[in-house]
Design a protein around this ligand. Structure first.
Ligand code: C5P
Ligand code: C5P
Ligand code: ZN
Length: 474
């Protein structure tokens, strides 16, 4: 089994599932939650277990009660559940359902028997295993305990999409328990890990757009500069248009290895010439994960593009579309997901622009912005993460974003950096404690967390969060 530390927990969860008649599978509405559900659902089906799938934006008392009201004997929570264990175990004790949890969020205090979470065995839940990874370990254990012919290793590709979607790759590369998943996926022939240009959109973006939109490493004269990107490419001895003469740009996937090498070398050279520090320019090349069973030139072929496509469905109340794509629909659902992706991309770039324009408030040890109704609460965390480190928003203190959730409540999203976490930052504790102090609730990971609070408690919440951050990193 791939991750020995979690083997016993995975097997005990699997055995309990195999004793169930009917399972309700509940999962989170993001890329990791969707891939978690897709992995678990396929594993249950292969093990012959009857089940239904539901998605939730955030688990809270009300949502857990609505799950209990479905009267399933067993409820499998994936990519959430650990942080809400207090509420969940109350239902367990009342005999409402038996919970089985495959998650990677910071657990609440209560305990439960069937709980698969890397943090319980000293593994990091923000970088070593995602919800999809935990679900994958459960799927592997289910196959073994059920004595199935299929070992479920083909599901490792989705687990990698989930981990990449949760930003678990450290400097572009998956580490820790995630490595075991990459290896199994590679052996099963569904994954390929290689060094390549580390820019989002290798499968689907026309070459000039690929370079123009790459903002991680900013290259003066190319980044956000369409004519600059085009003339940079035109100077290279590489055909830039497709051979059929219809005037269409080639994409990165259309280049052969020599051509790719030519572009990468020239790009590195240009970056250095224009004053990008070598340590930063290096980041133009990195580890990429390819789903080898998918059609080249589609967003599904690249783990990073796949995960963005999934966020574009689930965070817009269309988790059903993303799940169908994960389960293999390459027609109607895939088409619809691609349309949703256009909207998602536009919302992200408009959201980021707005944060840059509006600027952030600095209070002691944190910085924050309030997006009000302008950024959807389901994507405000992604925008906050993108904003950290861009012009005008420095990365030396954590960022907190507010957005309206409903008439009475605000959604809060917090993002930090690896360096701040190294200094002691734990945003999961900050969001949990500060929100509960003002009558809300929250949790997550050390580097990224969130909360819901009453809408008249923003200032008090900011003050409390500031105090907590001061004691952590001060
Ligand atoms: O709910 P869940 O665990 O799936 O979400 C994790 C969130 O944390 C994602 O939005 C991801 O972008 C963020 N994250 C981050 N940086 C990391 C790890 C996670 O921003 N290093
Ligand atoms: O929503 P956002 O992307 O900011 O969430 C960041 C992390 O915090 C995710 O892992 C999410 O599951 C977690 N979170 C939480 N409780 C909340 C809000 C977010 O555990 N109320
Ligand atoms: Zn997750």
């Amino acid at each position: 089994m791939p991750v020995p530390e979690l083997d016993e927990r995975a097997r005990s969860c699997a055995r309990r599932l195999l004793d169930s008649d009917r399972v309700l599978l509940a999962s989170h509405i993001d890329a990791d939650g969707l891939t978690s559900a897709a992995i678990a659902s396929q594993a249950l089906e292969r093990a012959g277990l009857d089940h239904e799938v539901v998605f939730k934006n955030q688990l809270d008392e009300t949502e857990i009660a609505s799950i209990a009201a479905r009267e399933f004997e067993t409820v499998l929570f994936t990519d959430f559940g650990s942080g809400q264990l207090d509420d969940i175990s109350r239902h367990e004790q009342a005999g409402d359902f038996v919970p089985i949890i495959a998650d990677h969020h910071q657990p609440a205090d209560a305990e439960t028997e069937y709980h698969l979470n890397p943090l319980l065995e000293g593994l990091d839940g923000a970088s070593e295993l995602s919800g999809a990874g935990a679900s994958y370990l459960l799927a592997r254990a289910l196959a073994e305990e059920a004595d199935q012919e299929e070992d479920n290793r083909d599901l490792a590709a989705l687990a990698v999409v989930g981990a990449v979607g949760d930003m678990q790759a450290v400097d572009g590369e998956l580490v820790g328990a995630n490595r075991a998943l990459v290896e199994e996926g590679t052996e099963a022939g569904v994954l390929e890990e290689k060094q390549d240009i580390a820019i989002y959109g290798k499968q689907t973006r026309p070459l000039p757009k690929l370079l123009e939109y790459a903002t991680d490493v900013r290259i003066p004269g190319i980044t956000n500069n369409e004519p600059g990107a085009v003339s940079f490419l035109e100077e290279l001895s590489v055909d830039l248009k497709t051979p059929d003469g219809d005037g269409e740009w080639r994409r990165w996937v259309d280049l052969n290895d020599d051509e790719k090498q030519t572009v990468v070398s020239a790009l590195l050279q240009r970056a250095l010439e224009r004053g990008v520090p070598p340590g930063k320019a290096e980041r133009l090349v990195g580890t990429t994960y390819t789903l080898t069973d998918e059609q080249p030139g589609t967003s599904l072929r690249d783990a990073s593009e796949f995960s963005t496509l999934l966020n574009a469905t689930a965070r817009y109340e269309r988790a059903d579309v993303g799940l169908a794509v994960c389960l293999g629909d390459r027609e109607e659902a895939f088409e619809q997901a691609r349309r949703l992706l256009e909207t998602h991309r536009r919302n992200l770039s408009e959201g980021l622009e707005q944060v840059k324009e509006q600027g952030v408030e600095t209070v002691g040890n944190l910085q924050y912005f309030d997006a009000g109704d302008d950024i959807r609460e389901t994507i405000v965390g992604i925008v906050a993460g993108m904003a950290l480190g861009v012009d005008g928003v420095d990365g030396s203190s954590p960022i907190i974003a507010f957005a309206r959730k409903n008439e009475e409540e605000l959604k809060v999203s917090a993002r930090g950096t690896g360096r701040l976490v190294g200094q002691g930052l734990d945003l999961s504790a900050v969001m949990g404690e500060a929100s509960r102090a003002v009558g809300g609730d929250g949790g997550g990971h050390d580097i990224a967390a969130g909360a819901t609070i009453p809408d008249d408690k923003k200032e008090e919440f900011v003050d409390r969060a500031d105090d907590l951050i001061a004691t952590q990193v001060g």
